[in-house]
Design a protein around this ligand. Structure first.
Ligand code: FAD
Length: 377
């Protein structure tokens, strides 16, 4: 995005990438359909040590600007839950659109380019030494992304360059990532592998209402990925498997109206049978309501609506969608993304300490921050 905008202004732009193909993360995003933005974007959808920093870029290049480009290229898309926009056909449509725009703007993309060293000369030019030669430039934009999915060419280069030029880096951790479980929990819940349930997942700071997915390794699904970005190691999370239902009231009412009905007949309409068995046990689910005391009804509600679980950890950068932390926003201009320490040096996208929620927010940050730098480099 930055290269396109700078190229449109007549700047001579070269993109150096060590990958053998461009836009690998775009291709694998959104299950191959690229959740390229969201209809509803605000600063509260982003995590940063400076929660105000992202506002300027997001308001200067909005989701509507990106959608207009997608429309111009006649890419068909659809909305899924919570405003998420996905391609109808393939993520490749988004990549092809960006490559076509790069082409129009005369951007030179050099792939398989191993960057050996970056230095600054006395006359304020940057020299980038690569395996295929040295390049000199007055503006250097670092758009190396985060550490997530090393197999997809993620590397720490962006953070290293920032450090080299005396930038502060907030510690990085994996975000939007599945949880692994303690051995006992892992064994207990592995038999639910493949089951998704709409839940409210929360900790003391935030809550998300989306699906959780039981997997053979632990817990995943959108609600889990979201809370993982707010999780501290050692902390428990709360899961309400029956959001929006007053289960105590429901069971008490049914008990007085249909005392012979078994618990499983009522709860079976609300949750998969295997989930009920795992949480309550065969004996309980077979009981007729008439023998279940009001106190026991409250216990059942607690088991299903206030499930507390302490993850063992996360799956880490191997599968994380994003990297939390990164280049400290307080040392960058929120309008241009330029370093306040080194003129001509810019940081955009995921390498910056701005991390979006699941739902197209991370791409929108990449588009918006890239667009802003592209107006000035
Ligand atoms: C599996 C997966 C699915 C995702 N799905 C979505 C989604 O649907 N919607 C959404 O909004 N976000 C999604 N994300 C997050 C999103 O992909 C990133 O936040 C976004 O791509 C960041 O853009 P970026 O340009 O900053 O970095 P990247 O897209 O990571 O690009 C960085 C580029 O720098 C290159 N590079 C890295 N190190 C070096 C080096 N040492 N030398 C030369 N080049 C280097 C890489 O090859 C790469 O081309 C997903 C992420 C993953 C991993």
């Amino acid at each position: 995005m930055c290269a396109i905008e700078a190229g449109k202004r007549g700047r001579k732009v070269m993109v150096l990438d060590h990958a053998n193909k461009p836009g690998k993360k775009i291709l694998m995003s959104g299950g191959g359909r690229c959740n390229f933005t969201n209809q509803d974007i605000s600063a509260s959808n982003f995590i940063s040590h400076n929660p105000h920093f992202c506002k300027s870029a997001l308001s200067r290049y909005t989701q509507w600007d990106f959608i207009a480009m997608v429309d111009d290229h006649q890419i068909s898309y659809h909305e899924r839950d919570l405003g998420k926009l996905f391609c109808d056909d393939s993520a490749r449509d988004i990549l092809n659109m960006l490559l076509a725009e790069c082409d129009k703007a005369n951007v030179d993309i050099q792939l398989n380019c191993d960057i050996k060293d970056i230095s600054k000369t006395d006359d304020s030019a940057f020299v980038i030494s690569t395996a295929t030669g040295n390049f000199q430039t007055s503006s250097l934009v670092i758009a190396c992304g985060g550490l997530s999915i090393p197999k997809m060419c993620a590397s720490p280069l962006g953070y290293k360059v920032a450090e080299q030029f005396d930038h502060h880096i907030w510690p990085t951790t994996a975000g939007l990532v599945p949880f692994t479980l303690q051995p006992d929990d892992k064994e207990r819940f592995a038999k639910l592998s493949g089951i998704a349930v709409e839940c409210i997942v929360s900790n003391d700071r935030i809550q998300f209402k989306e699906n959780i997915l039981f997997t053979h390794r632990g817990l995943s699904g959108p609600a889990i990925l979201q809370i993982s970005s707010y999780w501290e190691p050692g902390e428990s999370i709360n899961i309400n498997l029956l959001p929006d239902i007053d289960i105590v009231n429901l069971l008490k009412t049914r008990k007085s109206e249909q005392p012979n009905t078994r618990l499983k007949a009522i709860l079976g309409e609300l949750l998969p049978k295997r989930v009920l068995l795992t949480f309550l046990g065969q004996e309980t689910v077979d009981e007729p309501l008439q023998i279940i005391s009001h106190e026991r009804i409250r216990e059942i509600a607690t088991q299903l609506q206030q499930w507390q679980i302490k993850p063992n950890g996360t799956e880490g950068y191997r599968t994380a969608e994003v990297t939390l932390g990164g280049v400290d926003c307080n040392e960058l201009s929120s309008k241009t993304m330029e370093s306040s320490k080194v003129s001509g040096l810019y940081f955009i996208g995921e390498v910056v300490d701005v991390t979006g929620w699941l739902g197209g927010y991370n791409f929108q940050w990449a588009w918006s921050s890239g667009w802003c730098a592209g107006q000035i480099v």
